[in-house]
Design a protein around this ligand. Structure first.
Ligand code: AMP
Length: 218
């Protein structure tokens, strides 16, 4: 598929709602990079940042905004990009606008906290590739091992019940302002569309819904 139009997508939604999964699929389909701010932060060798991530706290807007800005300057973003997990605060949303970083599509994947908790508690990661499994809904072929390399899967340190609840509380505090901001941006014509997606649907159904929305406009 060769899409010449610049597709710039933002995923908002709680941790565990499925943003990363959809970002990966869309990145492959449209051949644009998926930029996961969480992944970028985890790669930094910085004890303060690692501690904050493990505690489920947000990293400061100034650090995160700088990391995103630097990543977006790379050539592979010329035809578009997908931001997974950014913005997570109204300051971050405004940062994009102030810096003239144009966004076309905002997708908000919505899912009940009860289901999110189940998903995150069962989530297993292959650390070096970022491949994601779930012990029940998407188990690896061999229990506890990555399908491709056979290496051990791990649980993220912030995927434990107390930290998950803390992450969801923070999400809940921030998301209303972010949604209002993007609804306003659509009204002003700065953004093509803001779409709420039912995160309970299957991965394929959600993907189809997102692609249909994008195709409608490009
Ligand atoms: P994620 O991999 O998206 O679940 O993010 C993991 C963690 O990275 C979050 O709980 C935060 O500590 C940090 N993080 C990721 N994205 C952001 C962001 N946009 N702003 C601040 N902190 C972030």
């Amino acid at each position: 598929m060769n899409i010449s139009r610049n597709i710039r997508i933002i995923f908002i939604g709680a941790p565990g709602a499925g943003k990363g999964t959809q970002s990966d699929l869309l990145a492959r389909r449209y051949k644009i990079p998926k930029i996961s701010v969480g992944e970028l932060l985890r790669k930094l060798v910085n004890n303060n940042i690692s501690n904050n991530i493990n505690l489920g706290d947000l990293i400061s807007d100034s650090i995160v905004c700088n990391i995103v800005k630097m990543r977006l300057c790379k050539n592979d973003c010329n035809n578009g990009f997908i931001l997974d997990g950014f913005p997570r605060s109204i300051n971050q949303a405004q940062y994009l606008t102030i810096n003239n970083i144009k966004i076309n599509f905002v997708f908000n994947i919505k899912l009940s906290y009860k289901i999110i908790i189940k998903r995150l508690l069962g989530r297993r990661i292959h650390k070096s590739s970022g491949r994601v499994y779930h012990i029940k809904y998407n188990p690896p072929q061999v229990d506890g091992l990555d399908n491709v390399t056979g290496e051990q899967l791990i649980s993220r340190k912030d995927d434990n019940i107390d930290i998950i609840k803390h992450r969801l509380k923070i999400h809940n505090e921030q998301i209303t302002n972010i949604i209002s901001y993007y609804k306003q941006e659509v009204k002003l014509g700065n953004i093509t569309s803001y779409t709420e997606i039912d995160g309970n649907k299957s991965i394929n159904l959600i993907l189809t819904e997102i692609i249909n929305k994008i195709n409608y406009f490009i």
